[in-house]
Design a protein around this ligand. Sequence first.
Ligand code: ATP
Ligand code: MG
Length: 258
Amino acid sequence: MAKRIDVADLNAYYGPTRAIEGISMTIEPRTVTAFIGPSGCGKSTFLRTLNRMHEVIPGARVEGKVTLDDVDLYGAGVDPVAVRRSIGMVFQRPNPFPTMSIYENVAAGLRLAGVKKKSELDDVVESSLKGANLWKEVENRLKKPGSGLSGGQQQRLCIARAIAVSPDVLLMDEPCSALDPISTTAIEDLISQLKSEYTIVIVTHNMQQAARVSDRTAFFNISGTGTPGRLIEIDDTSRIFANPTEKATEDYITGRFG
Ligand SMILES: Nc1ncnc2c1ncn2[C@@H]1O[C@H](COP(=O)(O)OP(=O)(O)OP(=O)(O)O)[C@@H](O)[C@H]1O
Ligand SMILES: [Mg+2]
């Protein structure tokens, strides 16, 4: 649980195009790190390189190194499926499996991993839904379709699904951008609770959200269309928002960008 991520000199490509360049950073366990920066600077791309989801896109590849504690995630013999199990992902649009019940949505990953015992599945479904702050709202409708939940509930269901397989890291790509303010608050509260057990990375366009939920903030930027995105700086969130080192960061967070 809750491992450290070390990234060294990472580049990611789509075909011949370099989308991100020279990214190095350390993400400490049991912290929340926010990724901010203008659209197209490569936040989602970088996030996907952290759990080997980038390479599933045809023609996409990665250079550089990502280590989880002391395991080189791109090392020979490392199974990308196992990497994705230990580094879970939550997407912008809640994407529960539409034909599956609430229960089956949470149990799906465990079933894939070969767990068959009903009592074990029941226990993990309950603890994951409790962990995602959804249990009270769904305990009497576990057999109903996940698609029947509200958007905010669906996003918490996706978080429950992600934590059911006991990941070490949770990556969230704009998890609140499709949600109303009340659901957003619920997810933000949940993130604050989950950080005692997980390493969390969240991409957000919402500066207030980055300031509220994260311990560290990484600012990414592009110098022009067609150029690769770069990490401009990463620091304690309080420092990034009060006194960033780079002028580009200050311009972005004060809305003077572009
Ligand atoms: N599947 C893809 N194939 C080719 N190019 C892609 C693909 N996905 C992203 N890109 C390109 O890579 C660059 C970075 O995109 P990315 O989605 O990572 O940016 P982002 O910072 O997440 O933007 P946003 O804030 O809009 O989500 C962009 O130029 C984008 O067009
Ligand atoms: Mg994105």
